[in-house]
Design a protein around this ligand. Structure first.
Ligand code: HPA
Length: 270
């Protein structure tokens, strides 16, 4: 495992001159941020040794090195979901490669269903904490000594970065909400009873990604900043049928706002 990670990393190190310390995962809601990155090098996942290849519609697969807001960044255009059939070691493989590449900051976005009755479709939710409801833990198995056997999770989402985002949003008049993101395996969206249960458990939003990656990023010592686009509502009285296309459409509508926020975050943290 470690050998595979290091092979991928050394291949990348010998194929780009850039040495960014921040990675942006271009999840749903941030896909078009790729157009704002001044790309220096890009590598389709299939050319990188040992890299998994993504399958889901709307998620291409390439690793980008370039500049955003005048700063060096790496971007993962296309991520790996548990529901696609990958095991957790594969889902989180890229994060460990990034650790070997010197990445210190992990910036992530996703689409999620809101369970908090105050939320509206199109809201951007700062992820302040998470609930891991996935059936397999990404750190199960022999510990890789990037971090401790029993990693602390008292501050998975960096408080300083959250404050930065609040500040930027206040200045730019962006409506932000905040909450706890709960990750399920998917691929079903929730039944009304499940949305209700998750809300009672303490979730403000529910989705199918991010949590395994964040756990591994924290194990690797990275600082994490995450956002969800609320694309549908799992709130009693507001539940309607939901499809991947609608999720994508709702996320697309928010892209420019989210991209602006992320660019300004990068200017400060990268
Ligand atoms: N549930 C799970 N995942 C999601 C949802 C949802 O309602 N919306 C977007 N991703």
């Amino acid at each position: 495992m470690l050998e595979k990670i290091q092979d991928s990393a050394s291949w990348l190190l010998s194929h780009t001159q850039l040495r960014p310390t921040t990675v942006i995962v271009l999840g749903t809601g941030l896909g078009r941020l790729a157009d704002e990155i001044e790309i220096i090098d890009e590598f389709p996942y299939h050319v990188i040794p040992n890299f998994p290849v993504s399958t889901v519609e709307g998620h291409k697969g390439k690793l980008i090195f370039g500049h955003l807001g005048g700063k060096e960044v790496m971007a993962l255009d296309g991520r790996f979901h548990y529901y696609e059939g990958y095991d957790m070691k594969t889902v989180t493989f890229p994060i460990r490669v990034m650790r070997e590449l010197g990445i210190k900051n992990y910036v992530v976005s996703n689409a999620a269903g809101g369970t908090n009755p105050e939320f509206r479709i199109g809201d951007i939710m700062l992820i302040v904490d998470h609930i891991n409801f996935m059936p397999e833990h990404p750190l199960r198995g022999k510990n890789i000594d990037y971090g401790p056997r029993f990693p602390d999770m008292s501050q998975a989402y960096d408080r300083e970065y959250l404050d930065m985002a609040r500040e930027i949003a206040a200045k730019d008049n962006i409506r932000l909400v905040e909450g706890v993101y709960l990750a399920t395996s998917g691929p079903t969206f929730e039944t009304p009873a499940e949305y209700r249960m998750f809300h009672r458990l303490g979730a403000d939003a529910v989705g199918m990604s991010t949590v395994p990656e964040v756990i591994v990023a924290r194990h690797c010592g990275m600082r994490v900043f995450g956002m969800s686009v609320i694309t549908d509502l799992g709130v009693d009285g507001k539940i309607v049928q939901v499809s991947h296309e609608e999720v994508q459409r709702a996320a697309d509508a928010v892209q420019p706002i989210m991209a602006n926020l992320v660019r300004k975050m990068i200017e400060r943290i990268a």
